[in-house]
Design a binder for this molecule. Structure first.
Ligand SMILES: [Zn+2]
Length: 359
């Protein structure tokens, strides 16, 4: 199990997640929370919602918090208590009126997970009855854009004639992939990327819950580079990234027309590692951006070890600001070319030769 799997937990199905207890315990997302709490207050909760926005920013947590609020036995006054039998059953996904649907692979070797029509038909049968234990049946469809065509059409019927005492919540990071007819029948609520200070708090709690710890600079590193997404933050390994940045810094420092061996070695190594190539190029452009900041006398926002910071300040001074910007453009053009079917080795060599020219 790697670091990110160990800490994540929130995508792992029925695990109890201490971060999804109620509205107030979901960090950030003040606008979606306000909309939902107003609806609860006014008794105007919609039949169907679409929660959309990038991965891992709290959509699922807020959907679960809404399901709890609608069924809590001792709400406070609009938020779920997170402690009653109903809240705990929803948390464990064993409440008879709470339905959580997510894509599944048909066989372990299937390439893609989907939500099939059989799953939707089974759900529809259950929705035909009144709530069994709670007040409102709540259906959460995670990654709703992975409903296959038949399943989407079948679910459309449920949206067109929503069963009584039922709230349907679709969750998607790719809402443009949903059928327009589905979209038009849901109230859309947009989720925004989390502030890095919220990501930092979430990471800190998750790591503490796993009985582990990170240094302050490691926490800063994960939060700063998260782009507002908790899973993205946790997927990154501080030590590995630091080693990669050191290697790339050396290439940036030493590559020149006198050191064409660096050009060929770099292109040969990374052209073979197609899966990592995009992230290497991302790292390279981030590094050049930071070097340009240093060269211009500003402090870059990226976090790295003190050793690397000192080296970067030295390397930054070896080129003009113009030269760093020229290199930045070369990386960006290569990135664009390689997202097509371009010959990676050739384009990487070309990029490094442009580095030499920009010196
Ligand atoms: Zn409760």
């Amino acid at each position: 199990m790697n670091e990110s799997q160990r800490w994540r937990g929130d995508d792992g199905g029925g695990e109890v997640d201490i971060f999804a207890m109620s509205f107030k315990s979901v960090l950030g997302q003040s606008q979606p929370k306000k909309i939902l709490m107003n609806a609860l207050r006014n008794g105007s909760v919609a039949h169907a919602y679409l929660f959309y926005g990038q991965e891992s920013i709290g959509k699922k947590k807020l959907a679960i918090a809404l399901a709890k609020s609608l069924n809590c036995k001792q709400p406070d006054p609009l938020d779920a208590c997170g402690e009653c039998e109903s809240c705990l059953k929803i948390e464990r996904r064993v409440h008879p009126d709470f339905f959580f649907i997510e894509p599944a692979k048909s066989t372990p070797t299937s390439r893609e997970a989907v939500i099939k029509i059989e799953t939707i038909r089974e759900l529809q049968k259950k929705l035909a009855y009144l709530p069994y234990e709670g007040k409102t049946k709540v259906v959460v469809i995670d990654s709703a854009d992975l409903l296959n065509h038949q399943a989407s059409n079948s679910f459309l019927k449920t949206l067109e004639e929503p069963p009584s005492s039922t709230v349907l919540i679709l969750i998607s990071s790719n809402p443009h992939k949903l059928l327009p007819t589905l979209l038009s029948r849901c109230q859309g609520i947009q989720f925004h990327r989390l502030h890095s200070s919220d990501v930092r708090k979430i990471i800190q709690s998750k790591i503490a819950a796993a009985g582990e710890s990170l240094t302050e600079s490691e926490l800063d590193f994960h939060a700063q580079r998260s782009q507002g997404s908790v899973n993205r933050a946790l997927a990154e390994n501080f030590a590995e990234t630091e080693v990669l940045r050191e290697q790339l810094l050396e290439v940036l420092e030493k590559v020149s027309f006198d050191r064409m061996d660096i050009v060929f070695a770099f292109a040969k190594t990374w052209a073979k590692q197609t899966e990592q190539l995009q992230s290497v190029l991302n790292e390279l452009s981030g590094l050049i951006r930071d070097l340009a900041f240093h060269r211009a006398g500003c402090v870059p926002s990226n976090i790295q070890s003190d050793d690397l910071s000192v080296r970067m300040m030295e390397v930054a001074q070896t080129r003009s600001l113009q030269a760093w910007l020229g290199r930045f453009i070369a990386v960006r053009n290569t990135h664009a070319a390689l997202s097509g079917n371009a010959n990676a080795q050739l384009f990487l060599e070309n990029m490094l030769i442009e580095f030499c020219e920009a010196a």
